[in-house]
Design a protein around this ligand. Structure first.
Ligand SMILES: O=c1ccn([C@H]2C[C@H](O)[C@@H](CO)O2)c(=O)[nH]1
Length: 137
């Protein structure tokens, strides 16, 4: 079964998740939301730490929540991300690699900001030639 997902639904979820961000160090709040092909939705925010390298981005929080609920590569339909950026937010390299592992290459990714900007891209466009192991999947 596959569902039709529109950007607005996921961007709204991402915006709501952003309100939960724990970002006392950067003060840069980010929200993300992912929808599965069978219609389940998972959201996430960035979670920072005094040991800065442990900070987790909103995109990975959302995707890892989905995996913790049983989702696996191939299960995802779309992802949305929102941050307070002048233009559409640009996911970091680590999150692009995680998307490449878990999501289909042609899966839509909607990148927004608080002012209504929305850029549609894909997992492959965000990270061409991502690292893969033959054993994954
Ligand atoms: O796409 C992005 C970019 C940054 N951050 C977080 C990481 C860190 O907590 C803060 C500043 O980089 O924003 C995200 O969650 N997603």
């Amino acid at each position: 079964m596959s569902v039709i997902v529109v950007p607005d639904v996921l961007l709204t979820l991402a915006r709501e998740a952003r309100e939960q961000a724990y970002a006392p160090y950067s003060r840069f709040l980010v929200g993300a939301a992912v929808m599965t092909k069978d219609g389940r939705r998972f959201s996430g925010c960035n979670v920072e730490n005094a040991s800065y390298g442990l900070c987790n981005c909103a995109e990975r929080t959302a995707l890892f929540s989905a995996v913790a609920a049983g989702c696996r590569p191939g299960d995802f339909e779309a992802l949305a991300v929102i941050g307070d950026t002048p233009g559409p937010i640009s996911p970091c390299g680590a999150c692009r690699q995680v998307m490449a592992e878990l999501c289909d290459e042609d899966m839509p990714v909607w990148l927004g900001n608080l002012h209504g900007a929305v850029q549609e891209t894909t997992v492959e466009a965000l990270l061409p030639g991502s690292f893969r192991l033959a054993t994954a999947g």
